[in-house]
Design a protein around this ligand. Structure first.
Ligand SMILES: [Zn+2]
Length: 148
């Protein structure tokens, strides 16, 4: 099965984080590892301290300006995690054909309001009725820290 542009973009961001970012918890370098694709709640794990994080990659014209919105995954599991008070730190990778940047959003600074439920996919869509969500990054703009 050939990879889509979106999948390739996602892998590029994950590889950059694993290669260049130290673990925010134990501060070690090169201890972050990619989790298998079917691992639902996180994308990377630290193999020293067990720290988990998500990685989102977005293609932008200006890497110094994080997008206001960031499309993410399925709403249901996100909603269930929020009800349980579970939040994961987020690495946000911004790329264009000239440069790359990595931003970090601590789980402690996330709030339920930044996760916005999208409209269900239309009845003609391949996954009709599927509910996704997006991150409202404008709401947490000041909490985003640029690492790279
Ligand atoms: Zn660690």
């Amino acid at each position: 099965m050939s990879k889509t542009t979106k999948q390739m973009l996602g892998e590029l961001g994950e590889k950059l984080v694993v290669k260049r970012c130290r673990c925010p918890k134990c501060k070690r370098e090169r201890t972050l590892r990619l989790l298998p694709k079917n691992f639902k709640c996180a994308d990377v794990v630290c193999d020293f301290c067990g720290y988990l994080a998500q990685v989102k990659t977005s293609s932008v014209s200006d890497i110094t300006v994080p997008p206001k919105k960031l499309i993410s995954a399925a709403w249901k599991p996100q909603e269930e995690r929020m009800k349980a008070g579970i939040y994961f730190p987020l690495f946000l990778v911004l790329v264009n054909d000239r440069a790359k940047a990595v931003y970090y959003l601590s789980a402690d600074l996330q709030s339920p309001e930044m996760f916005i439920k999208r409209k269900p996919l239309s009845s003609t869509a391949r996954r009709a009725g599927w509910l996704g969500f997006y991150y409202d990054l404008e709401a947490v703009e000041e909490a985003l820290v640029r690492l790279i």
